[in-house]
Design a protein around this ligand. Structure first.
Ligand code: AMP
Length: 417
């Protein structure tokens, strides 16, 4: 597989898919530069080697229509500033051939939002899935998606995918375009390389003991990951809102705590699977309950399987925090996805903080720690501990699908799988 370090960019034009889907305020100002900064090493490397760069991205969900509130023109200056060089703008991503042809080494062209064209996502618009004509419309859209991808490909000599956030989508710019470049002229960008390596560290190249911490609100959204990890981990901490589905499944009393009543059997099955596979399953034994779902709720620590009526479990209790820390501190590989409580409320962050601190301690002692999935990243940032873990993934959905063991189309298209 070609790599960005081995490719000779001098005199070449590279079309680079990045994730510049940055949050904007009401004045169109960027409120968080993380995604732009994440792509800079790749873009700078190509420019430093004497290549020209055509940057393409989506922003928001314009659903195949032009919507200037989601125009990438709004970030042209910020990208130029971050790159330290002028950035040209192509106001129509499908009609940028002349601008691309005119690019000289070291120059940068930013294309308008790819999703202004429905072909980017490749889903037929304005037709219901139930409509008998849907299948025909889908076929026609797939054909025009190929044409769209071919047009984008025609701008450049090589293709670089550095958009991990959309790697789980088979879109024109993330996967289909790769068909128009031979294996020597397509590659992953640095950010993608790092993300793929991070996933590899916890799925293939595992150092034991391996502790995975899965939290958040529901077991149903995490089940694919839990099942894929069950054969790999030594310790599995299940925390957050799903604690109460497990407590109820085992006959506990959970008051007003959140619970998926249709997943009680699934919870028992997970407990049985862990036992059969020799996985140390760590579930909350005590919890901090609140008398309402609010930061200023009255609190009391109660057994997780005996929450009084009118109260709900909102965070892990002190005994549970110790058990979590014990399972984390000796680990050599750690994955954390999902908070241990309602961490958005400052008074219910102790459980998530205990996890973050134990991970930081284990990382100091040489463990590899990967934090991924929106809320645990928000947690670690809230606690100011982002620099105390090995890697924080930038891809929410993409990371989760990768950990479930699914092949990511954006990665497969480059690897030729
Ligand atoms: P998810 O999107 O499934 O990863 O869930 C993240 C959300 O789970 C966060 O917004 C947390 O506030 C929420 N959460 C964690 N623990 C609890 C709990 N005990 N009760 C209700 N919500 C929770």
């Amino acid at each position: 597989m070609m790599t960005i370090d081995n490719y000779k960019f001098a005199g070449k034009k590279a079309i680079v898919r990045v994730d510049f889907n940055v949050p904007l305020d009401e004045n169109g100002q960027i409120t968080d530069m993380t995604r732009i900064n994440g792509a800079l090493p790749t873009l700078k490397k190509i420019l430093a080697d004497g290549g020209a760069v055509i940057i393409m991205s989506h922003m928001g969900k314009p659903k195949g229509k032009v919507n200037m509130k989601m125009s990438l023109g709004q970030i042209q200056n910020a990208v130029a500033k971050a790159l330290g060089t002028e950035v040209q703008f192509a106001p129509d991503c499908a009609k940028a051939k002349a601008a691309a042809d005119a690019l000289k080494p070291g120059e940068v062209l930013l294309l308008e939002n790819l999703r202004f064209y429905p072909e980017e996502e490749g889903k037929p618009v304005g037709i219901d899935k139930e409509d008998p004509a849907y299948e025909e419309a889908k076929k026609a859209m797939k054909a025009s998606q190929k044409e769209f991808a071919k047009t984008l490909a025609s701008y450049a000599d090589c293709y670089v995918n550095d958009a991990f956030g959309t790697a789980h989508r088979k879109h024109a710019s993330t996967a289909v375009i790769a068909d128009y470049f031979d294996a020597d002229n397509k590659m992953l960008g640095y950010l993608m390389e790092k993300e793929v390596k991070a996933v590899d560290n916890i799925l293939s190249d595992i150092k034991h003991p391996f502790t995975a911490i899965m939290g958040g609100s529901k077991v149903s959204t995490k089940i694919g990951i839990i099942e894929n990890l069950m054969d790999k981990v030594d310790n599995l901490i299940l925390c957050g809102g799903m604690t109460y589905t497990f407590a109820k499944a085992q006959g506990g009393k959970i008051g007003n705590s959140i619970c998926e009543d249709d997943k009680l059997d699934l919870a028992l099955d997970i407990i049985a699977q862990a036992k059969a596979k020799g996985v140390n399953l760590v579930l909350g034994t005590d919890c901090v309950a609140g008398d309402k779902f609010a930061n200023d709720a009255n609190q009391q620590v109660v057994p997780a399987n005996n929450v009084p009526d009118g109260w709900e479990g909102m965070d892990a209790g002190p005994e549970t925090q110790k058990a979590f820390a014990n399972a984390i501190e000796g680990a050599k590989t750690i994955l954390w996805n999902g908070p241990a409580g309602v961490f958005e409320f400052d008074n219910f962050t102790a459980g998530s903080r205990a996890i973050a601190e134990a991970i930081a301690k284990a990382t100091d002692e040489g463990a590899y720690s990967l934090i991924g999935g929106g809320d645990s990243v928000a947690c670690i940032n809230k606690f100011g501990m982002a620099d105390r873990v090995s890697y924080i993934s930038t891809g929410g959905g993409a990371l989760l699908e990768a950990i479930e063991g699914k092949v990511l189309p954006g990665v497969a298209a480059i690897k030729g799988e």
